[in-house]
Design a protein around this ligand. Structure first.
Ligand SMILES: *[C@@H]1O[C@H](CO)[C@@H](O)[C@H](O)[C@H]1NC(C)=O
Ligand SMILES: *[C@@H]1O[C@H](CO)[C@@H](O)[C@H](O)[C@H]1NC(C)=O
Ligand SMILES: *[C@@H]1O[C@H](CO)[C@@H](O)[C@H](O)[C@H]1NC(C)=O
Ligand SMILES: *[C@@H]1O[C@H](CO)[C@@H](O)[C@H](O)[C@H]1NC(C)=O
Ligand SMILES: *[C@@H]1O[C@H](CO)[C@@H](O)[C@H](O)[C@H]1NC(C)=O
Length: 393
């Protein structure tokens, strides 16, 4: 008997919902709700409480889609559309107080549309509409400097965003620029733009703004003139921050060197700890550079603000010393040749020019010690470069 009455109640309710909705009775205006993509939100609905409550949330987009039902003091999800499975909830403890609001989790773009909140008690029936729109705000804009262009990109945005460039100082001509927008499989937009710049320009700053109706973010690129440094030395990479800025230094775009958040100590990545000597109040980085293979590349100082990121871009070149580089082989070889030549010359002078010098004269002693000295130096030299000599033989 109870089952039968339950079925009757349900059938009656569905028919009523249909009639009410199709009938287009005079309604109060829809409540507008904006939900963030991927987040949770509440579709508000209030009614006059009076004992037993029957409650239906139905989405109206051409046809009725069952979102959530409640009667006999419990959720009734047998007819719930699979699109809403596991994502809806009511505030059960507040239904008796007239709160029929619906909680919706993991919001996606298909959830957009008009929802009917239908409530029925022994005293009266009520309906209210909620229009749900979804937004995915611009969260981050990446800007990268190329040889003769600046590129900028952002993603996961809804509704469709726009991208605009501004250049300071204002260029005399319009700069060639392109923008591409792609829709991903979730219906969100990725956007990227490229601006042709003057070749190797280090006078201008470039700003890229990505925005839609609900949000906007900006990224600014400030290229500095390329810098040079000797290997195994310290170099000061400038940045223009204040002590309160959130600052990050990166190398070759994907390696973080360090980060200093407002009012906190800097955090240096393990592999950079040997290289970072100091970070000044203004964010300038004193770095110990080694070889071109290790330290040459792009250094970027990024300052993060609420709606903007400012990037300072520095190309660092390490000038290897060609003599120091080649010395392992050429210099000792040169020394050997010089030693051998001088020795041979002196030997020849002694043997040929003065063959009949009497024994124990000062001249003879001088030559004896001189030769001995050279011989010992030569031996020492050979010992020290044993490896080299071995490789030569
Ligand atoms: C219903 O209750 C929830 C949870 O306390 C609250 O967030 C919401 O604002 C209430 N809605 C209305 C319309 O009172
Ligand atoms: C920008 O310049 C880089 C090289 O500096 C190049 O690889 C890239 O294709 C350029 N992008 C556009 C959109 O012109
Ligand atoms: C980008 O191109 C558009 C037209 O193609 C132009 O109106 C705009 O001024 C350009 N932007 C810059 C910064 O030159
Ligand atoms: C621009 O910079 C690149 C690399 O830094 C360099 O190879 C090129 O010669 C420069 N071009 C001009 C015109 O200065
Ligand atoms: C950074 O990118 C380069 C290529 O652009 C790659 O070879 C390298 O493995 C990347 N490093 C990290 C830490 O992701």
């Amino acid at each position: 008997m109870a089952e039968l009455s339950g079925v009757l109640v349900r059938t009656a309710v569905f028919l009523m919902v249909e009639v009410l909705v199709q009938g287009g009775a005079v309604q109060s205006p829809d409540t507008q709700v904006g939900c963030v993509f991927g987040g949770s939100c509440v579709l508000p609905c209030r009614f006059q409480p009076n004992g037993d409550t029957i409650l239906h949330w139905v989405k109206r987009n051409g046809k009725n889609v069952q979102v959530h039902s409640y009667y006999d003091d419990q959720d009734q999800l047998g007819y719930q559309d699979p699109l809403y499975k596991g994502r809806t909830s009511l505030f059960h403890d507040q239904i008796s107080g007239g709160n029929a609001s619906l909680g919706l989790a993991r919001v996606n773009l298909q959830d957009q549309g008009r929802y009917l909140c239908y409530t029925s008690t022994s005293q009266n029936n009520q309906e209210a509409f909620v229009t749900l729109t979804v937004r995915a705000p611009v969260t981050k804009v990446d800007i990268v400097l190329g040889n003769n262009n600046v590129t900028c990109q952002s993603g996961g945005i809804y509704p469709r965003p726009q991208l605009t460039w501004s250049v300071s100082p204002r260029p005399s001509t319009v700069l060639q620029n392109t923008t591409e927008v792609h829709e991903d499989d979730r219906g969100l937009y990725d956007i990227s733009g490229s601006l042709r710049t003057v070749y190797n320009d280090t006078e201008s700053t470039y700003s890229c703004s990505v925005q839609n109706e609900h949000s906007a973010k900006k990224a600014m690129m400030r290229p500095l003139p390329p810098m040079q440094s000797a290997p195994n030395s310290e170099v000061l990479l400038p940045c223009d921050a204040s002590g309160l800025d959130d600052i990050t230094w990166t190398f070759n775009h994907n390696q973080t060197i360090l980060r200093r958040q407002a009012g906190q100590e800097k955090v240096v990545e393990t592999e950079w700890q040997q290289h970072v000597r100091d970070l000044s109040e203004s964010g300038s980085l004193l770095l110990y550079v080694t070889s071109s293979a290790q330290s040459e590349g792009t250094y970027r100082c990024t300052l993060r603000y609420a709606d903007e990121e400012d990037v300072t871009h520095i190309e660092l070149k390490i000038l290897e010393d060609p003599v120091a580089e080649g010395s392992h082989l050429t210099l000792p070889m040169l020394q050997i040749i010089v030693f051998l030549t001088i020795s041979a010359l002196i030997l020849w002078l002694c043997m040929v020019k003065q063959p009949r010098l009497p024994f124990f004269t000062t001249g003879y002693l001088f030559q004896f010690f001189f030769f001995g000295f050279i011989f010992i130096v030569f031996l020492l030299f050979c010992c020290c470069n044993a490896q080299l000599i071995a490789s030569l033989i």
